[in-house]
Design a binder for this molecule. Structure first.
Ligand SMILES: O=C(O)CNC(=O)[C@H](CS)NC(=O)CCC(=O)C(=O)O
Length: 268
């Protein structure tokens, strides 16, 4: 068994404030180990007063040092939903998910592949993530206590082929750190998450931003843990805090044997 937790938060632009709040949340983690904790997209800095997104150099900085310390102190796997990392010879960042192991070592990095260049009928109106973000290329699947964890971020959720690529690598669990807008989240968040879990017959853990942010954005919340049958076993609603569940190989096998859809695929 692996215990998984997602932390739902309402991040502000200031990394020190966000990690201070998170440090207190991490003191309230369940006692079970092994434990994977997932933080939302942009947990450390959501928007910025200067309009230039917060960033750190790869492998060094206030937030990355904090992540390594927390993973080791609590003896957890800690998935930092996304952190802006500098791109060499460019003013852009990558939106990078970083996984730390209980030793405090960084074990994986995934750079968001699909960028949210979308007009939304909310008070922001126009989102153009590619103006300041460099898209990643690689699909990343890594090991957490004998479970295969696949990585995605927010808008990636709309691209089933991203998830199918990870299913083809035998993924047991996929993380979806997010900052879905309130408007699109209300319409699409839950059905997309359930579809990705059902069609790939794996667990999903989605950690969301929730509430009204200082940068003017409203985010949807509803962090969720979904099992391979599509059952929502935890839903964080709009409250800030931790949701927890456990996952098992038995459940994965049962669902995969009940409906062998992944073996019934046809080539075009
Ligand atoms: O840029 C930042 O500061 C932080 N990043 C985000 O908030 C990202 C890019 S703007 N948001 C999404 O991907 C929302 C996707 C979404 O809401 C949908 O697919 O409907």
């Amino acid at each position: 068994m692996l215990t998984i937790a997602a932390i739902q938060m309402c991040s502000c632009p200031d990394p020190s404030q966000n990690i201070e709040w998170l440090t207190k949340q991490l003191d309230q983690l369940p006692s079970e180990r092994p434990l994977l904790v997932v933080l939302p997209e942009c947990f450390a800095a959501f928007g910025s007063e200067q309009g230039r997104p917060y960033r750190e150099d790869d492998g060094d900085g206030l937030v990355q040092n904090w992540l390594a310390t927390m993973a080791q102190q609590h003896q957890i796997w800690l998935l930092a939903g996304s952190l802006g990392l500098s791109v060499a010879a460019s003013d852009k960042i990558t939106a990078s998910s970083l996984l730390y192991g209980p030793s405090g070592q960084r074990q994986a990095r995934y750079d968001k592949r699909h960028l949210f260049d979308v007009d939304v009928a909310d008070n922001i109106g126009s989102y153009r993530e590619s103006d300041y973000t460099h898209a990643g290329d690689a699909i990343v699947v890594t090991d957490v206590a004998g479970y295969k964890l696949g990585l995605s971020i927010c808008y990636d959720l709309r691209f089933p082929e991203h998830f199918r690529a990870m299913a083809d690598l035998g993924v047991d669990l996929i993380a979806v750190p997010a900052a879905f807008t309130a408007v699109t989240g209300k319409a699409h968040w839950q059905p997309l998450l359930q579809a990705r879990a059902i069609e790939n017959q794996c667990y999903l853990v989605a950690a969301g931003q929730s509430g009204q942010h200082l940068n003017g954005r409203a985010t949807h919340g509803h962090s969720m843990i979904i099992d391979p049958w599509g059952v929502i076993t935890s839903d964080g609603g709009q409250q800030l805090g931790i949701i927890v569940d456990s996952i098992s190989k038995q459940r994965l096998n049962d669902v995969q044997q009940a409906i062998p859809a992944l073996r019934h695929r046809r080539k075009f």
